[in-house]
Design a protein around this ligand. Structure first.
Ligand SMILES: [Zn+2]
Length: 538
């Protein structure tokens, strides 16, 4: 009884005295298409104040993995900040076939909102398709809306999905003008400081300098030769340095900055402007700032993952990171903030490059596959129009027509799956019932497909490529698969209360959100499927 009384009387005091301090600001940095091995490959070329500062003075998870298919930008950003997978948060691709509207729909496109800061359609976007709460949403609710939540990126989806629903603002770049814009989902007018930032026309001045390598080109021994057959050449006749952007500048087309390293520098400038003007991390209420660097993705798509162009983008990003961290030190205070850095997906080798190295790989074209499927449906069911869409490695069939024709949907899907598995480059294919009802080990490709499968939004049949295969043009590369080249990403934590160290334990991208929520001592995101990363709390 005495013990009980003691507990009742002393416990509240104990609880309050145990309330630990929280960081003033959490900064999430997502580097689009950053493979984990870039940290190793470019390590000796990095300075001390960027990536190396985060690794050497923070905690490095060396085996962080995506735990669903498809590994695209929209799902990646949504999963990082919701701690859930497309199965719950509903962002099943960058765009997907909308069964109701019978058309493709962009993951953040929203016709019901107005563009702010531009007359172009790029401003008509919001997080309305994101079905679950984000770190920022929980932070807003737990602080009675007092916490500040902001996001900056070149791509709309890379700003909007991290920011979540209750955010103060997400800013992204209008490709036509190179200006940062937003939508009426957040406010009716751009804040004055954003107007002033845009008036500086920084995109134009960056592009005026052209793009040459940061260091003498002969020193880029981590990369293959500048002029090689695996690279696209969006800006010139040949994919070689130096690049001039004069013809784009003459036309006032500043949006092309996204395909250059300066897209990252512009993002960094905008992020620092946002940090200062919105006074993030200045009071005792924790704030969240989401920054995504998108140019790394666009450059790697064009030139492939082993190009000098990609190496140069990372060496320059390292310097941008250093400047950003220095600005955080100055504005918020050293060790007063937490940074986490990761990627929204990895990236594959150019299949032609793999094949030349005698490693299995290949190309499979959606266009051809669509014809094959139509032929299959015509010869087996007398109607090729049963196929509505082939997108994100999913087959969408016309449910109404199947009912009209009294077709057994389960049988048709199973037959179609077996047919898909005969196509070169397709490893496995499954009907919707397997996606909805099965239970599989985490190393089974079906569990990755399932985690990326939304019961209401996804297609009738899902398939996965063989390793090294993709639907892409003959040069450049992409991502989207469930194999390590697309799933293995960097995961670094740094700053306030974060121990120094590293781990090779397999951890999942969905563990970031619950970890950050626990570091902030707030409720975890509502559909979070994973546990916090225990290494951060030692
Ligand atoms: Zn991406």
């Amino acid at each position: 009884m005495k013990k009980f009384l003691f507990f009742i009387l002393v416990c509240p005091t104990l609880i309050f005295s145990q309330q630990k301090p929280v960081p003033k600001l959490v900064v999430g940095i997502v580097v689009d298409q950053m493979r984990n091995d870039y940290l190793y490959r470019y390590w000796n070329r990095f300075g001390e104040g960027g990536f190396k500062r985060l690794v050497n003075q923070g905690y490095q998870f060396r085996n962080a993995q995506y735990n669903y298919i498809p590994t695209y930008t929209g799902p990646g950003h949504a999963s990082i900040y919701t701690g859930a997978t497309p199965r719950q948060h509903g962002i099943i691709g960058n765009d997907w076939f909308d069964v109701e509207a019978k058309t493709m729909k962009g993951c953040v496109k929203d016709a019901s909102v107005q563009a702010v800061g531009t007359i172009n359609g790029s401003g008509k976007a919001s997080p309305k398709n994101l079905l679950t709460s984000t770190i920022g949403d929980e932070l807003k609710m737990s602080s009675n809306q007092k916490a500040k939540v902001f996001a900056v990126a070149l791509k709309d989806r890379s700003a909007i999905l991290p920011a979540g629903h209750a955010a103060d603002a997400a800013f992204w770049m209008d490709e036509a003008t190179g200006d940062f814009v937003s939508s009426s989902f957040y406010f009716k007018q751009l804040p004055e400081w954003v107007k002033q930032f845009n008036a500086q026309k920084k995109a134009k001045s960056y592009l005026t300098t052209g793009w040459n390598t940061l260091y003498p080109i002969a020193s880029y021994s981590n990369s293959i030769s500048d002029d090689n057959k695996y690279e696209g050449h969006p800006f010139s006749e040949k994919p070689v340095f130096p690049y001039s952007f004069q013809s784009y500048l003459d036309k006032g087309n500043y949006g092309i900055i996204r395909g250059t390293p300066y897209g990252n520098s512009l993002t960094k400038d905008m992020a620092i402007a946002c940090l200062k003007n919105e006074s993030l991390g200045k009071d005792e209420i924790s704030d969240l700032f989401c920054i995504s660097f998108s140019s790394t993705d666009i450059v790697a798509h064009s030139y492939g993952i082993r190009s000098i162009e990609v190496e140069d983008v990372y060496l320059r990003l390292d310097k941008d990171l250093e400047e950003l961290l220095n600005a955080l030190d100055a504005e918020v205070g050293k060790d007063q903030y937490i940074v986490f850095l990761t990627a929204d997906h990895g990236g594959a080798d150019v299949p032609a490059h793999l094949m030349d190295a005698k490693i299995p790989a290949g190309y499979l074209r959606d266009k051809t596959l669509k014809l094959d499927l139509q032929n299959f449906l015509h010869s087996n069911y007398g109607d090729s129009s049963l196929l509505l869409s082939l997108s994100n490695e999913q087959v969408f069939l016309d449910a109404k027509k199947m009912t009209q024709k009294k077709l057994n949907a389960d049988e048709l899907e199973a037959k179609l799956s077996r047919f898909l598995e005969t196509v070169p480059g397709i490893a496995e294919a499954y009907p919707s019932q397997v996606m909805k009802n099965g239970s599989y080990r985490t190393d089974d490709i079906r569990s990755l497909l399932q985690a990326g499968y939304h019961h209401k939004l996804s297609g009738n049949v899902c398939y996965a490529y063989q390793p090294g295969w993709m639907d892409y043009e003959a040069v450049g590369t992409t991502h989207g698969a469930g194999y390590s080249y697309d799933t293995h990403v960097p995961l670094l934590f740094y700053g306030f209360g974060i121990p120094k160290g590293e781990s090779l334990e397999t951890v999942y991208i969905t563990q970031i959100a619950p970890s950050i929520c626990e570091l902030l001592r707030i409720n975890q995101t509502n559909a979070c499927t994973s546990a916090p990363l225990l290494q951060l709390f030692k």
